[in-house]
Design a binder for this molecule. Structure first.
Ligand code: SIN
Length: 308
């Protein structure tokens, strides 16, 4: 019997197809399009301890094969998340991984302790990597801070912990190692690449927040490279994300070393994609005669050169 189930340390999922935070609202918005029972997990929009109104508009701009966003973690805060969304989310026929961001270790710890009270949650994803708020990437660009925040969360919360890291550093490897050493069950690679879009005639940036985070197909080669680099250097399960829009993209991330993937920007133009990909992955398992998704993970053979 082949199985799509994957295990990322303490996190067990029916299949490796997740949807990425910030691209799926709080799931209600997507219920007409997605068969939740077919996907591995939902990761709702990042929540912060207090409500945030986010950055000035415009907040998104389309670029070649990509989307530049400067949302600024607009959300109603932790207690409104609990009051307005959690019951609905926990009633879905899929796992739910809450995504949290704080300004300091104490805030992360406080949020983790509160969310740890809800048994139905499958895990916590720590957003150590938002490029659009001050302090957003501070944790995820410093190995010591990454280690400290992951460890602090583990101390107060029994849920599986995933660290979502930024690509906007010289090397992600030492930061991924720090997250693993701090006790992360998995790491998510990658958050968006920092960029700017310019209206040269007006001599103005196109985004209210001036800079933004680039996502979508344009970033897939960068995401694959980082997943592969970390997978070959650090012993921690990876959730790959960045520009996935087809089953071939999913397979590329698995072969590069990801144990699971998140569908992000594609949810905006093809909201049913995640459940379709889970079905297509089941087909590939059959045609490739594979019993387990793990048979694909990290199988990239870089010794074979196509150069003459
Ligand atoms: C945002 O809300 O600005 C985007 C979230 C993120 O990139 O982590």
């Amino acid at each position: 019997m082949n199985s799509l189930a994957v295990t990322l340390n303490r996190l067990q999922l029916r299949n490796p197809i997740l949807v990425a935070s910030g691209t799926f609202g709080y799931a209600r918005e997507m219920q007409a399009y997605v068969d939740f029972g077919r996907i591995g997990a939902v990761v709702p929009k990042t929540i912060t301890p207090e409500p945030r109104i986010g950055n000035n508009p415009p907040r998104t701009v389309e670029t070649a094969s990509g989307l530049l966003n400067s949302i600024g973690l607009d959300n109603d805060g932790l207690e409104q998340f609990v009051a307005k969304h959690l019951e609905y989310l926990l009633g879905l026929d899929t796992k739910v991984i809450a995504n949290i961001a704080g300004k300091d270790t104490t805030e992360f710890q406080r949020m983790a302790a509160r969310l740890g009270e809800f048994e139905g949650l499958a895990g916590l994803e720590l957003n150590l990597s938002c490029p659009n708020v001050s302090h957003g990437v501070d944790f995820g660009s410093d190995p010591e801070k990454t280690h400290a925040v992951v460890k602090a969360v583990r101390e107060v919360c029994d849920l599986p912990v995933i660290a979502k890291l930024t690509p906007n550093v010289t090397s992600v490897v030492p930061i991924a190692q720090a997250a693993a050493d701090g006790g992360a069950d998995a790491i998510t690679l990658i958050n968006t690449l920092k960029g700017i879009a310019i209206d040269w005639r007006r001599r103005k940036p196109r985004l209210g927040g001036v800079t933004g985070g680039l996502s979508g197909p344009a970033i897939k080669p960068v995401a694959l490279r980082i997943v592969w680099e970390v997978a070959t250097a650090v012993d921690v399960p990876i959730i790959g994300v960045g520009g996935i829009e087809s089953i071939d993209d999913v397979m590329e991330f698995l072969v590069a070393g990801a144990s699971a993937v998140q569908i992000g920007t594609a949810n905006f133009y093809n909201p049913g994609l995640s459940s379709q990909l889970a079905e297509q992955l089941a087909e590939i398992m059959k045609t490739e005669s594979c019993q387990s998704v793990s048979e694909f993970v990290g199988t990239l053979n870089t010794k074979t050169s196509s150069c003459p």
